[in-house]
Design a protein around this ligand. Structure first.
Ligand SMILES: C[S@@+](CC[C@H](N)C(=O)[O-])C[C@H]1O[C@@H](n2cnc3c(N)ncnc32)[C@H](O)[C@@H]1O
Length: 260
Protein backbone atom coordinates (compact mmCIF):
# COMPACT_ATOMS: atom_id res chain seq x y z
CA UNK A 1 0.00 0.00 0.00
CA UNK A 2 2.74 2.42 0.98
CA UNK A 3 4.03 1.98 -2.61
CA UNK A 4 1.18 4.07 -4.00
CA UNK A 5 2.45 7.06 -2.05
CA UNK A 6 6.19 6.50 -2.47
CA UNK A 7 6.80 7.61 -6.05
CA UNK A 8 4.79 10.82 -5.88
CA UNK A 9 5.88 11.82 -2.35
CA UNK A 10 7.79 14.91 -3.54
CA UNK A 11 4.98 16.00 -5.86
CA UNK A 12 2.48 15.45 -3.09
CA UNK A 13 4.07 18.04 -0.79
CA UNK A 14 3.63 20.81 -3.37
CA UNK A 15 0.39 19.67 -4.93
CA UNK A 16 -2.19 19.21 -2.19
CA UNK A 17 -4.35 21.98 -0.73
CA UNK A 18 -3.74 23.28 2.78
CA UNK A 19 -6.67 22.80 5.14
CA UNK A 20 -8.56 25.87 6.44
CA UNK A 21 -7.34 27.20 9.79
CA UNK A 22 -10.87 27.43 11.17
CA UNK A 23 -11.29 23.67 10.69
CA UNK A 24 -8.62 23.13 13.34
CA UNK A 25 -10.12 25.79 15.62
CA UNK A 26 -13.50 24.02 15.40
CA UNK A 27 -11.99 20.59 16.05
CA UNK A 28 -10.02 21.88 19.04
CA UNK A 29 -13.24 23.29 20.51
CA UNK A 30 -14.66 19.75 20.57
CA UNK A 31 -12.06 18.22 22.92
CA UNK A 32 -11.99 18.78 26.66
CA UNK A 33 -8.17 18.76 26.91
CA UNK A 34 -5.46 19.94 24.51
CA UNK A 35 -2.40 17.93 25.41
CA UNK A 36 -1.79 15.29 22.74
CA UNK A 37 -3.10 14.96 19.19
CA UNK A 38 -2.42 12.10 16.76
CA UNK A 39 -2.46 12.84 13.03
CA UNK A 40 -2.60 9.48 11.25
CA UNK A 41 -1.60 9.05 7.59
CA UNK A 42 0.02 12.45 7.98
CA UNK A 43 1.75 12.42 4.58
CA UNK A 44 3.69 15.68 4.53
CA UNK A 45 2.03 16.95 7.69
CA UNK A 46 -0.66 19.09 6.00
CA UNK A 47 -3.08 18.52 8.91
CA UNK A 48 -0.48 17.96 11.66
CA UNK A 49 0.83 21.52 11.49
CA UNK A 50 -2.71 22.92 11.66
CA UNK A 51 -3.53 20.76 14.68
CA UNK A 52 -0.28 21.82 16.37
CA UNK A 53 -1.64 25.37 16.79
CA UNK A 54 -4.10 24.02 19.38
CA UNK A 55 -2.37 21.10 21.17
CA UNK A 56 0.79 20.81 23.29
CA UNK A 57 2.17 18.11 21.02
CA UNK A 58 1.24 16.20 17.88
CA UNK A 59 2.38 12.71 16.98
CA UNK A 60 2.19 12.45 13.19
CA UNK A 61 2.48 8.93 11.76
CA UNK A 62 2.58 7.43 8.29
CA UNK A 63 3.34 4.05 6.71
CA UNK A 64 5.25 5.70 3.85
CA UNK A 65 8.72 6.80 4.93
CA UNK A 66 9.17 8.87 1.73
CA UNK A 67 6.13 11.02 2.54
CA UNK A 68 7.67 11.89 5.91
CA UNK A 69 10.92 12.96 4.23
CA UNK A 70 8.95 15.81 2.66
CA UNK A 71 7.02 16.70 5.81
CA UNK A 72 6.90 20.28 7.08
CA UNK A 73 9.01 20.59 10.26
CA UNK A 74 7.20 22.04 13.29
CA UNK A 75 8.51 22.28 16.87
CA UNK A 76 5.38 20.63 18.28
CA UNK A 77 5.09 17.84 15.69
CA UNK A 78 6.93 14.52 16.07
CA UNK A 79 6.88 12.61 12.78
CA UNK A 80 7.10 8.84 13.07
CA UNK A 81 7.30 6.11 10.46
CA UNK A 82 4.88 3.31 11.39
CA UNK A 83 5.30 0.44 8.91
CA UNK A 84 2.18 -1.51 7.95
CA UNK A 85 3.04 -4.33 10.31
CA UNK A 86 3.34 -2.12 13.41
CA UNK A 87 1.41 -3.93 16.17
CA UNK A 88 -1.45 -1.98 17.74
CA UNK A 89 0.19 -2.50 21.12
CA UNK A 90 3.28 -0.58 19.95
CA UNK A 91 1.15 2.25 18.58
CA UNK A 92 -0.70 2.58 21.87
CA UNK A 93 2.60 2.71 23.77
CA UNK A 94 4.13 5.24 21.33
CA UNK A 95 1.13 7.52 21.76
CA UNK A 96 1.51 7.51 25.54
CA UNK A 97 -0.79 4.65 26.53
CA UNK A 98 -4.53 4.15 26.86
CA UNK A 99 -6.67 7.28 27.17
CA UNK A 100 -3.84 9.69 26.42
CA UNK A 101 -4.90 11.26 23.11
CA UNK A 102 -7.29 14.22 22.99
CA UNK A 103 -7.78 14.48 19.24
CA UNK A 104 -7.18 12.05 16.37
CA UNK A 105 -7.17 13.54 12.88
CA UNK A 106 -7.06 11.61 9.63
CA UNK A 107 -6.99 13.76 6.51
CA UNK A 108 -7.49 12.07 3.14
CA UNK A 109 -6.21 8.78 4.45
CA UNK A 110 -8.65 6.72 6.55
CA UNK A 111 -10.08 4.97 3.47
CA UNK A 112 -6.65 3.30 3.01
CA UNK A 113 -6.53 1.88 6.51
CA UNK A 114 -7.37 -1.54 7.91
CA UNK A 115 -10.43 0.04 9.54
CA UNK A 116 -11.19 -2.47 12.33
CA UNK A 117 -7.52 -2.46 13.43
CA UNK A 118 -7.22 1.33 13.28
CA UNK A 119 -10.52 1.99 15.02
CA UNK A 120 -9.49 -0.51 17.71
CA UNK A 121 -6.33 1.47 18.46
CA UNK A 122 -8.23 4.77 18.24
CA UNK A 123 -10.74 3.62 20.87
CA UNK A 124 -7.91 2.61 23.19
CA UNK A 125 -5.83 5.77 22.94
CA UNK A 126 -8.61 8.36 23.02
CA UNK A 127 -9.27 10.10 26.33
CA UNK A 128 -12.60 9.16 27.91
CA UNK A 129 -14.61 11.21 28.17
CA UNK A 130 -13.62 14.10 25.94
CA UNK A 131 -11.49 12.52 23.21
CA UNK A 132 -12.53 13.09 19.60
CA UNK A 133 -11.69 11.44 16.27
CA UNK A 134 -12.20 13.43 13.06
CA UNK A 135 -11.69 12.06 9.56
CA UNK A 136 -12.10 14.04 6.37
CA UNK A 137 -11.41 13.87 2.70
CA UNK A 138 -12.04 15.45 -0.67
CA UNK A 139 -12.33 14.07 -4.18
CA UNK A 140 -12.68 15.27 -7.75
CA UNK A 141 -15.66 17.50 -6.95
CA UNK A 142 -13.99 20.85 -7.37
CA UNK A 143 -16.00 23.94 -8.21
CA UNK A 144 -16.23 25.60 -10.76
CA UNK A 145 -14.37 23.01 -12.86
CA UNK A 146 -16.63 20.03 -12.08
CA UNK A 147 -17.13 18.90 -15.69
CA UNK A 148 -13.46 18.92 -16.57
CA UNK A 149 -12.63 17.09 -13.34
CA UNK A 150 -15.37 14.50 -13.91
CA UNK A 151 -14.04 13.75 -17.40
CA UNK A 152 -10.49 13.27 -16.13
CA UNK A 153 -11.70 11.32 -13.10
CA UNK A 154 -13.45 8.83 -15.45
CA UNK A 155 -10.11 8.00 -17.11
CA UNK A 156 -8.68 7.02 -13.71
CA UNK A 157 -11.51 4.65 -12.70
CA UNK A 158 -9.93 1.44 -14.12
CA UNK A 159 -6.82 2.09 -11.99
CA UNK A 160 -8.59 2.98 -8.76
CA UNK A 161 -7.94 0.93 -5.68
CA UNK A 162 -11.31 -0.31 -4.31
CA UNK A 163 -10.56 1.44 -1.03
CA UNK A 164 -10.66 4.82 -2.79
CA UNK A 165 -14.39 4.17 -3.39
CA UNK A 166 -15.17 5.51 0.09
CA UNK A 167 -13.59 8.81 -0.91
CA UNK A 168 -15.38 8.93 -4.27
CA UNK A 169 -18.66 8.53 -2.37
CA UNK A 170 -17.81 11.35 0.05
CA UNK A 171 -17.48 8.97 3.07
CA UNK A 172 -21.26 8.42 3.01
CA UNK A 173 -20.73 4.66 3.33
CA UNK A 174 -17.53 4.74 5.39
CA UNK A 175 -17.88 2.65 8.57
CA UNK A 176 -17.46 5.08 11.46
CA UNK A 177 -18.35 3.31 14.71
CA UNK A 178 -18.19 6.26 17.09
CA UNK A 179 -20.84 8.21 18.99
CA UNK A 180 -21.83 11.42 17.32
CA UNK A 181 -21.00 14.64 19.13
CA UNK A 182 -23.85 16.70 17.81
CA UNK A 183 -21.97 17.57 14.65
CA UNK A 184 -22.28 14.71 12.20
CA UNK A 185 -22.98 10.99 12.37
CA UNK A 186 -22.07 7.83 10.45
CA UNK A 187 -23.59 8.00 6.95
CA UNK A 188 -24.12 11.77 7.13
CA UNK A 189 -20.77 13.53 6.76
CA UNK A 190 -20.65 17.30 7.15
CA UNK A 191 -19.70 19.23 4.05
CA UNK A 192 -16.64 21.38 4.21
CA UNK A 193 -15.76 23.90 1.48
CA UNK A 194 -12.03 24.40 1.08
CA UNK A 195 -11.06 27.39 -1.05
CA UNK A 196 -7.77 27.27 -2.85
CA UNK A 197 -5.94 29.45 -5.39
CA UNK A 198 -4.82 27.04 -8.06
CA UNK A 199 -2.55 27.54 -11.05
CA UNK A 200 -2.75 25.23 -14.06
CA UNK A 201 0.66 23.86 -13.04
CA UNK A 202 -0.77 23.22 -9.56
CA UNK A 203 -3.75 21.39 -11.05
CA UNK A 204 -1.51 19.06 -13.06
CA UNK A 205 0.73 18.48 -10.03
CA UNK A 206 -2.35 17.57 -7.97
CA UNK A 207 -3.61 15.17 -10.64
CA UNK A 208 -0.16 13.56 -10.80
CA UNK A 209 -0.34 13.00 -7.02
CA UNK A 210 -3.59 11.00 -7.32
CA UNK A 211 -3.02 7.38 -6.31
CA UNK A 212 -4.87 6.06 -9.40
CA UNK A 213 -2.60 8.12 -11.67
CA UNK A 214 0.42 6.65 -9.84
CA UNK A 215 -1.08 3.12 -10.13
CA UNK A 216 -1.61 3.56 -13.89
CA UNK A 217 1.97 4.79 -14.25
CA UNK A 218 3.23 1.67 -12.48
CA UNK A 219 1.40 -0.29 -15.22
CA UNK A 220 3.06 1.79 -17.96
CA UNK A 221 0.01 4.01 -18.66
CA UNK A 222 0.47 7.78 -18.55
CA UNK A 223 -2.95 9.29 -17.87
CA UNK A 224 -1.43 12.77 -18.14
CA UNK A 225 0.21 12.54 -21.54
CA UNK A 226 0.75 15.65 -23.72
CA UNK A 227 -2.64 15.43 -25.48
CA UNK A 228 -4.58 15.14 -22.21
CA UNK A 229 -2.64 18.00 -20.61
CA UNK A 230 -3.35 20.18 -23.69
CA UNK A 231 -7.08 19.42 -23.45
CA UNK A 232 -7.10 20.18 -19.72
CA UNK A 233 -5.24 23.44 -20.39
CA UNK A 234 -7.90 24.55 -22.86
CA UNK A 235 -10.73 23.68 -20.48
CA UNK A 236 -8.97 25.37 -17.59
CA UNK A 237 -8.72 28.60 -19.60
CA UNK A 238 -4.99 28.72 -20.37
CA UNK A 239 -1.71 27.71 -18.77
CA UNK A 240 -1.20 31.05 -17.00
CA UNK A 241 -4.66 31.32 -15.45
CA UNK A 242 -4.82 31.08 -11.64
CA UNK A 243 -8.33 30.14 -10.54
CA UNK A 244 -10.04 30.33 -7.18
CA UNK A 245 -11.43 26.83 -6.74
CA UNK A 246 -13.42 25.18 -3.98
CA UNK A 247 -12.84 21.57 -2.95
CA UNK A 248 -16.12 20.04 -1.77
CA UNK A 249 -14.69 18.17 1.21
CA UNK A 250 -16.55 15.97 3.74
CA UNK A 251 -15.95 15.24 7.42
CA UNK A 252 -16.99 12.76 10.11
CA UNK A 253 -16.28 13.25 13.81
CA UNK A 254 -17.17 11.32 16.93
CA UNK A 255 -16.13 10.04 20.32
CA UNK A 256 -15.67 6.43 21.57
CA UNK A 257 -18.88 4.67 22.53
CA UNK A 258 -19.19 4.09 26.26
CA UNK A 259 -19.60 0.33 25.80
CA UNK A 260 -16.67 -0.11 23.34
C1 LIG B 1 -3.65 10.85 0.35
S1 LIG B 1 -2.34 10.83 1.55
C2 LIG B 1 -2.90 12.05 2.74
C3 LIG B 1 -1.77 12.79 3.39
C4 LIG B 1 -2.16 13.98 4.29
N1 LIG B 1 -2.84 13.53 5.49
C5 LIG B 1 -3.02 14.99 3.57
O1 LIG B 1 -4.02 15.40 4.12
O2 LIG B 1 -2.69 15.42 2.46
C6 LIG B 1 -2.63 9.32 2.39
C7 LIG B 1 -1.50 8.96 3.34
O3 LIG B 1 -1.93 7.86 4.15
C8 LIG B 1 -0.81 7.04 4.37
N2 LIG B 1 -1.30 5.73 4.83
C9 LIG B 1 -1.95 4.79 4.15
N3 LIG B 1 -2.25 3.74 4.93
C10 LIG B 1 -1.80 4.02 6.17
C11 LIG B 1 -1.84 3.35 7.43
N4 LIG B 1 -2.39 2.17 7.57
N5 LIG B 1 -1.29 3.98 8.50
C12 LIG B 1 -0.73 5.21 8.38
N6 LIG B 1 -0.65 5.88 7.21
C13 LIG B 1 -1.19 5.32 6.12
C14 LIG B 1 -0.09 7.06 3.03
O4 LIG B 1 1.26 6.66 3.13
C15 LIG B 1 -0.24 8.52 2.64
O5 LIG B 1 0.84 9.31 3.08
Amino acid sequence: MAGLFTEQAAVYAAARPAYPKDLFTKLAALTTHHRVAWDVGTGNGQAAIGVAEHYDSVVATDVTAEQLLHAAPHPKVRYLHTPDATPGEDLVATLGGEGSVDLITVAMAVHWFDLPAFYGVARRVLRRPGGVIAVWGYNHHISPVEDMMARFFNTTVPYKDPRARYCTKGYRDLPFPFDDIGLVREGEPASLDMEHEMSFEGLIAMLRSWSAVAAAKQLGVDLLGDRVVKELEEEWGGASLVRKVTFKAFLLAGTPRADD
